[in-house]
Design a protein around this ligand. Structure first.
Ligand code: FPP
Ligand code: FPP
Ligand code: MG
Ligand code: MG
Length: 292
């Protein structure tokens, strides 16, 4: 539907707002030339996909236009894009310790090069710098929205360590974990930029729901069909779920990813048209059609 070739792809459209992203982050990680500085800078070399900052700047411009402003980013909105990538990266530094991983973004992990103890501290330091930048925006609601993300990341990661839910709760558990581990950061960052332009509560909710649905949809292709096959058919399921449960694991995954994408598109379409809004729609369509 939105395949007009003249329309810029989301990555190109967001690029102008993201040119200084990594330089800005390195400035926030202000420690004098020391070993800690090299650990903290290590992943901010432009090799990450910077998906979250991209979604955040597009959402910010879409909300600004919706609120009858020019699209331009407010300084606080630009900070949220940066902070979202810092929180994300800090969580990955810790995740690689937890998982004992030796590769991240095409490089040897921090824990592998410098050891686990220093990796944990580097993650903590990046998180502290993100918190400082967040406080500087000077908006208490936004501080609490982004603090919720940190809580969710920890709870989501904790849920993954092991659970004692029964058969019928396994899928509910999976969805909740996906929200906390992946979607909460995107959803709440989108909400934060909307708050910063004083959007109506309904618009804040649209921004949140877009991020939430896209975040969950992105997780599904990663889902192992095996987990899916093990859900129980008992419990409280509506017709859509019944369909999902009756098809095989791969179809279930695709079907679910598609319903989350469709919901993301439905939500964001409620905003006034803008190139950025349309880019967010196309981004979601790209998830739907990407190679699995
Ligand atoms: C690293 O993030 C991977 C995870 C956090 C696990 C789940 C995430 C996804 C399946 C993709 C997330 C999608 C969106 C829209 C944010 P990453 O894949 O973003 O890695 P990177 O930051 O190193 O590029
Ligand atoms: C990647 O998952 C991990 C996450 C998305 C979240 C990790 C969260 C924590 C370690 C909690 C601490 C949070 C902060 C902010 C310090 P994965 O292992 O499934 O993906 P991978 O294959 O990319 O490693
Ligand atoms: Mg991992
Ligand atoms: Mg992990």
């Amino acid at each position: 539907i939105h395949s007009d070739a003249k329309l810029k792809d989301p990555f190109t459209l967001a690029q102008k707002d993201l040119n200084h992203l990594y330089d800005d982050i390195k400035k926030e990680l202000f420690v004098s030339k020391s070993e800690l500085k090299s650990l903290c800078d290590y992943y901010f070399d432009g090799k990450g996909k910077a998906f979250r900052p991209m979604i955040v700047v597009l959402m910010a411009r879409a909300c600004n236009i919706h609120s009858n402003r020019d699209g331009d980013l407010l300084p606080g909105q630009r900070s949220i894009a940066m902070i979202s990538e810092m929180i994300h990266t800090a969580s990955l530094v810790h995740d690689d310790v937890i998982d004992g991983s030796d590769k991240r973004r095409g490089k040897t992990t921090i824990n592998e090069v410098w050891g686990e103890r220093k990796a944990i501290l580097a993650g903590d330091f990046i998180l502290s710098a993100a918190s400082m930048a967040l406080a500087r925006i000077g908006n208490n609601t936004v501080v609490s929205v982004l603090s919720q993300v940190i809580e969710d990341l920890v709870r989501g990661e904790f849920m993954q360590l092991g659970s004692k839910e029964n058969e019928s709760e396994r899928f509910k558990h999976y969805l909740e974990k996906s929200f906390k581990k992946t979607a909460s950061l995107i959803a709440n960052s989108c909400k934060a930029v909307s708050i910063l332009v004083n959007s109506d509560p309904e618009v804040q909710e649209i921004a949140f729901q877009y991020g939430r649905n896209v975040g969950i949809a992105f997780q599904f292709p990663e889902l192992h069909a095996m987990i899916m096959r093990r859900f129980s058919t008992t419990g409280d399921v509506d017709r859509a779920w019944q369909y999902v449960l009756e098809s095989d694991g791969v179809d279930q995954t695709n079907y679910l990813a598609q319903s989350y994408c469709r919901e993301a598109i439905r939500q964001i379409s409620l905003l006034r048209p803008s190139p950025e809004r349309d880019a967010l729609i196309r981004l979601t369509e790209m998830v739907l059609t990407r190679d699995k």
